[in-house]
Write a protein that binds this ligand. Structure first.
Ligand code: HEM
Length: 214
């Protein structure tokens, strides 16, 4: 039996996932050891990354291949704006700047945007994660900071998608339907590994910021 592309991709990158998941910043956050503004540092970095990812998605909406992965219900910019306003108040824009690692991630998202496999690699790494472990993160954050819907953790709320397991199955079916040849499979896998690495570096840099402030 041949393994589907979505399964191959998951298996080939699960080790990279484990490195991302066990990054110190997330442990501190999930352990309830960060104050609200220290949590906001991550929300701010998400904001810059998703302005890039959602912007590229809008540009690719009509692309015959990449366009199959463009779902306006996934766009996160507005939700992140509400979260930042809740955390930092109305002047939130003056408080946030992209970190060096976020700059690198954003540059890479733009750099590969003319290659459908590259766009899909970054899209998959972020959104499928937000719809998976992200849901666990949301529940923990709601307990720690007492946020309700409307600001704080809206980034993790995907009401417009309906059933998340159903959507994730549909997403995996679209990955499978790509039927990339072996060379393209390997190229996409390499880009997902890079996407994990760049996202993990954002978290590592956040940990330094938090430690320096302590
Ligand atoms: C506290 C941190 C995290 C936890 C507890 C966590 C947990 C999980 C779990 C349980 C799944 C499997 C869900 C399923 O099979 O439906 C999953 C999937 C996934 N996560 Fe995470 N995760 C975390 C952080 C991250 C980060 C930081 C990223 C990316 C930067 C990420 C990206 C992904 C992706 C892309 C998948 C989908 C894999 C696939 O099925 O193909 N996760 N996560």
């Amino acid at each position: 039996m041949t393994t589907s592309f979505s399964e191959t991709l998951r298996n080939a990158t699960w080790g990279d996932h484990q490195s991302a998941e066990s990054e110190g910043y997330l442990s501190e956050l999930m352990g309830g050891r960060l104050n609200e503004h220290e949590y906001g540092e991550m929300v701010a970095q998400h904001y810059f990354a998703y302005v890039a990812l959602d912007g590229v998605s809008r540009q690719l909406a009509d692309h015959p291949v990449a366009g199959r992965f463009v779902f306006p219900e996934l766009y996160r910019e507005r939700a992140l704006e509400r979260d930042l306003a809740t955390i930092y108040g109305p002047a939130w824009r003056d408080r946030i700047t992209p970190s060096k690692s976020t700059g690198t991630l954003v540059a890479r998202i733009h750099q590969v945007s003319d290659w459908p496999g590259g766009y899909i690699a970054h899209h998959y790494t972020r959104y499928l994660g937000d719809l998976s472990g992200g849901q666990f993160i949301r529940m923990e954050l709601q307990k720690i900071y007492g946020y309700a819907k409307g600001g704080g953790v809206d980034f993790y709320i995907f009401d417009e998608l309906g059933s998340l397991p159903r959507f994730k199955n549909e997403y995996r079916a679209r990955l499978d339907a790509l039927e990339p040849d072996e060379r393209e499979r390997q190229r996409i896998i390499r880009e997902v590994k890079l996407a994990y690495q760049l996202n993990t570096e954002v978290l590592t840099e956040l940990m330094h910021v938090v430690k320096a402030a302590a």
